[in-house]
Design a protein around this ligand. Structure first.
Ligand SMILES: CC(C)(COP(=O)(O)OP(=O)(O)OC[C@H]1O[C@@H](n2cnc3c(N)ncnc32)[C@H](O)[C@@H]1OP(=O)(O)O)[C@@H](O)C(=O)NCCC(=O)NCCS
Length: 194
């Protein structure tokens, strides 16, 4: 019997990109972002969500994020389709004492797009944007059960500074959370770290 010529996923040519969302999301992009989030939640890594919310709740959430001036929304695309996202929360203007620190949150790549380097690309792009916003430190926290995310952060120089034993509750189980920081610019030497 003739063998079908199957192409392995790793041999497919892909076009990947990361961008900062400036304009309101188009209908197509909003739909892709909701699909990506649904799949990430079902896989167990949809940031705060444990159960998938209804589509209108999720659409309102993402439309709302774009309108918050202190939140920068990033998306990743694979062959044009939104497949991942993250947010950079800028320090509030009244917090002069911590005006150098930003919070990285809600980062995920949807399951079908993982393993193409997009998580790493997204993280580096956010760090570059943070530097242009004159931030010197990035803080983040993550459930201890998110092994791939922990690997991504630790491989990229994030320092584990503590674990909160009562960080989250997922399906009735208490899950600890890890807190990380990364110095983007050393205050002592003035050097910018990669
Ligand atoms: C963590 C996450 C963003 C990584 O996304 P990704 O696009 O697959 O990341 P990359 O392709 O850049 O790979 C990052 C690292 O994971 C490794 N990796 C990726 N997929 C892998 C797999 N299936 N098995 C083993 N290692 C894998 C890569 O080799 C790479 O390691 P390296 O830095 O040593 O080369 C993604 O797995 C995810 O969204 N996880 C769930 C959501 C989550 O936990 N978010 C955090 C909330 S704050």
């Amino acid at each position: 019997m003739p063998q079908a010529n199957h192409i392995r996923p790793e041999d497919l040519k892909t076009d990947s990109s990361v961008e900062l969302v400036i304009d309101p999301l188009t209908t197509g992009d909003l739909n892709d972002l909701c699909d990506a989030t649904d799949a990430a939640i079902e896989d167990g890594g949809g940031f705060g969500w444990v159960d998938t919310p209804s589509r209108d709740v999720m659409e309102r959430y993402w439309q709302g994020v774009v309108t918050i001036p202190s939140r920068l929304l990033f998306v990743t695309r694979l062959d044009g389709t939104i497949c991942g996202t993250a947010q950079l929360v800028l320090p509030p203007r009244n917090n002069e004492a911590q005006s150098f620190a930003g919070q990285l949150t809600s980062l995920f790549i949807t399951p079908w797009a993982r393993g193409h380097g997009l998580g790493t690309k997204l993280l580096k792009f956010i760090e570059e944007t943070a530097r242009t916003e004159e931030l010197e430190v990035l803080n983040l926290d993550v459930r201890e059960t998110q092994y791939m995310a922990i690997k991504l952060y630790e491989n990229n120089g994030y320092v584990h500074m503590g674990t909160h034993p009562y960080y989250a509750s997922v399906n009735g189980e208490t899950v600890p959370g890890r807190y990380y920081y990364k110095m983007l610019k050393s205050r002592l030497t003035g050097e910018t770290k990669a």
